[in-house]
Design a protein around this ligand. Structure first.
Ligand SMILES: NC(=O)c1ccc[n+]([C@@H]2O[C@H](COP(=O)([O-])OP(=O)(O)OC[C@H]3O[C@@H](n4cnc5c(N)ncnc54)[C@H](O)[C@@H]3O)[C@@H](O)[C@H]2O)c1
Length: 445
């Protein structure tokens, strides 16, 4: 099938490449001319395992191409996916200007009926707005061409985006039209072989499903972080509690890891947006507000432990920081806990020597040559002469380090572990002052 995808970010690029991989003829369009020129030249702007291979292969085999030419893009596909950003507005609501802009573009150029599929995460009622924008644009052109608007939220995880799109848990399709449903079944048929993963529902339920999924996951994390804070004060070990509750199948082991707070482009903004939607509809979202508040506080927990350890005197101290991305296997630093920590350290007069396996370029792009930040070439180099080590992302490469080497390179043997990677007893035996999340108050061995 001929498919057009608007937006070549995490969602659009991965979905476009995966649709091409199974044989569809995909044209991706973006307003960012540099990104498009780079993609046409084989440069992949984000790090996602497996993405580079399938983009290059499908591009060279002619099933995947990139353009900035919106008219050509609209002409290409009977199906038009919208996968552009929906960043938070100042009041926390989702900013729909890019989504509605694309709706206007499609209606402005279309010369045959189109099916418009919203993949961006959008508040309930957005399909109506897309429909209205398209109808108004078509009316302005004196056109009576037909179109349909479908909600098809994306559930991929950054860091495993290609695998998630190749083998989705479920495919949610929000439409009331049997003909449109049939067309989308054809698009997704190659991903729907082992069992029927397609769940068809009304558009509003599909839009809400995406927010409910992300808010549920964020709730699990904030819940566990709250239990961790309590465990510290009660002399309990949250890692034992995690194992103890995860064994209950009604709870399960997924997403109950305590840590330094969730980040990324989705959970923070989607929780905020659902809070906004609830209030707009006269309904107080007490639980979601608590989830957000807990997370905001959680992002400061490691800094508070550092401050207490150094008795409030951080001026001139240097911290080795391992992990900048908001989670492993991505270079995405949007809303990362590492950023909150670095900014607090800088405000307190400290310096940071940072290392991340993939997010170094992104850190450079965000912070440039900022005073107080040194980008280290290796995790070992980040330690040199530092007063303490702080771990903020659970990359595999950080899980079993050479602790003797760490002790030799640090001027004082202190480790702050924002992801509970290390064993407190072993750290004590090695002579470290060790601080983790929810595993006692920590401190000198
Ligand atoms: N990143 C994720 O893990 C994830 C997962 C599921 C859903 N989502 C949702 O998918 C949407 C996209 O997220 P993302 O992370 O891919 O965003 P992104 O910011 O990485 O990419 C968006 C892209 O859209 C382009 N764009 C903006 N306006 C355009 C226009 N008029 N025409 C063509 N291109 C245009 C931008 O230049 C950019 O390249 C958001 O609503 C997000 O909430 C994201």
């Amino acid at each position: 099938m001929r498919i057009t995808v608007f937006g070549t970010g995490y969602v659009g690029l991965v979905q476009g490449a995966v649709l091409a991989e199974v044989g569809h003829d995909v044209l991706c369009v973006d307003i960012d001319a540099d990104k498009v020129a780079g993609l046409e030249a084989g440069h992949i702007p984000i790090f996602e395992p497996g993405l580079e291979d399938i983009v290059r292969k499908n591009h060279s085999e002619g099933r995947l191409s990139f353009t900035t030419d919106a008219a050509r893009a609209v002409e290409h596909g009977r199906i038009q996916f919208i996968a552009v950003g929906t960043p938070p507005d100042e009041d926390g609501s989702a900013d729909l200007q890019y989504v509605l802009g694309v709706a206007g573009t499609i209606a402005g150029h279309m010369a045959e009926p189109k099916v418009v599929v919203t993949k961006s995460t959008v508040p309930v009622g957005t399909a109506d707005k897309v429909r209205a924008r398209m109808a108004a644009t078509l009316e302005g052109r004196n056109s009576d061409l037909g179109f349909d608007v479908v909600s098809n939220p994306e559930f991929l995880k950054e860091g495993a985006a290609v695998a998630d799109c190749m083998r989705p848990d479920r495919i949610v399709i929000g439409t009331e039209s049997a003909e449109t449903e049939e067309m989308l079944r054809e698009v997704y048929e190659p991903f729907n072989r082992s069992r029927d993963k397609i769940i068809v529902m009304d558009v509003r339920s599909a839009e809400l499903t995406k927010y409910a999924a992300n808010c549920m996951l964020a709730t699990k994390i904030s819940f566990m972080n709250e239990i961790a804070g309590l465990a510290e004060r009660l002399g309990a070990d949250v890692e034992m509690v995690r194992l103890g509750i995860g064994a209950d199948q009604r709870i399960g082991y997924h997403f109950i890891y305590p840590g330094a707070g969730y980040g990324g482009s989705c959970f923070p903004k989607d929780v905020k947006a659902l809070i906004h939607t609830a209030r707009e509809n006269g309904f107080e979202p007490t639980l979601m507000q608590a989830v957000e508040d807990r997370n905001d506080t959680q992002k400061t927990v490691i800094f508070e432990k550092i401050r207490a350890h150094f008795k409030g005197d951080l001026k001139g101290k240097t911290f080795a920081l391992w992990g900048l991305s908001f989670k492993p296997n991505t270079d995405d630093m949007r809303e990362a806990a590492s950023r909150v920590l670095m900014e607090a350290l800088w405000d307190a007069g400290a310096k940071v020597q940072a290392y991340d396996p993939e997010a170094m370029e992104e850190t450079q792009r965000i912070y440039g040559d900022r005073d107080g930040l040194t980008l280290a070439g290796t995790k070992e180099a980040a330690l040199k002469g530092a007063d303490a080590l702080v771990v903020m992302t659970e990359w595999q490469a950080f899980r079993a380090p050479d602790f003797d080497m760490i002790a030799r390179r640090l001027s004082t043997p202190a480790v702050f572990d924002g992801r509970n990677l290390f064993d407190p007893d072993r750290m004590a035996r090695k002579g470290f002052a060790y601080y983790a999340i929810g595993r006692g108050l920590g401190g000198p061995a």
